[in-house]
Design a protein around this ligand. Structure first.
Ligand SMILES: [Zn+2]
Length: 238
């Protein structure tokens, strides 16, 4: 699979111009932050928090830049206190990579899509509830209107009361319709069949892209940042 192009194309891939712009930006960043090594960048740089004190852990590199280490050294560097904890990045990165690939494996994606479908069913039930309430409101409006139209116009007092009833029914119907619209607008977009196809496609692509020799450490970092907010590390023993 190494280095091969993705099997299915989709609109989610960036165009060539964007790719070139990204590469250019990355080169600039590398020049600006010389501490970040070219090939050996730790996967979770900037994402790791300390499970002991809750602070961000920094990523340090040894001399040749190939061995990375996540360290909680804020106390030590700020107050000359003790080093909280540190761990080699390699085993942590390997574990998190495995978890990321597991999460976007086709079978995990199928589970997520099934959950989305269950939510869709629930939404359908809520929709049915709204439909009944809206129909009830329409019925009440029609009834109030018929009563008003049936009254003898000479009987002005009754006519005025029935007209007010009709207006009140119309107002209730309008309020209900507005509430319904607001509810609809707050609902997340539903996945179309096309969306699902793209998601399944990417689930097959990403694991092979992840392992491809053409994929850079920076690419993997980007994927991880899309999927994870943070990683909390607590070191036990050695
Ligand atoms: Zn700490």
């Amino acid at each position: 699979m190494d280095g091969t192009a993705p099997k299915c194309s989709s609109s989610l891939y960036i165009d060539w111009k964007t790719y070139e712009r990204n590469q250019d930006q990355m080169a600039k960043n590398r020049a600006r932050y010389p501490g970040v090594p070219r090939g050996g960048a730790a996967l979770l740089s900037g994402l790791v928090s300390c499970g002991v004190c809750g602070r961000k852990m920094v990523t340090g590199y040894n001399d040749d830049g190939r061995e990375a280490r996540y360290s909680c050294s804020w106390e030590a560097t700020t107050y000359g206190g003790r080093h909280c904890q540190s761990i080699s990045a390699r085993p942590v990165d390997a574990r998190v990579s495995a978890l990321v690939l597991e999460a976007i494996s086709p079978s995990a994606i199928e589970v997520s899509l099934q959950v989305a479908e269950d939510i869709e069913l629930e939404r359908q039930q809520i929709h049915d509830g709204w439909k009944q309430r809206l129909e009830r409101a329409d019925y009440e409006i029609a009834l109030a209107r018929r009563r008003y139209e049936a009254v003898d116009p000479d009987n002005r007092l009754v006519a005025r009361t029935l007209e007010k009833d009709w207006e009140a029914a119309l107002a209730r119907g309008q309020t209900l319709a507005d509430d319904h619209q607001r509810t609809l607008s707050q609902q997340p977009e539903r996945l179309t069949e096309e969306d699902k196809k793209i998601i399944r496609c990417l689930a097959e692509d990403v694991p092979s892209l992840w392992k491809a020799t053409s994929t850079t450490a920076r690419d993997r970092q980007t994927i991880v940042r899309i999927m994870l907010d943070r990683v909390v590390i607590q070191v036990f023993g050695e």
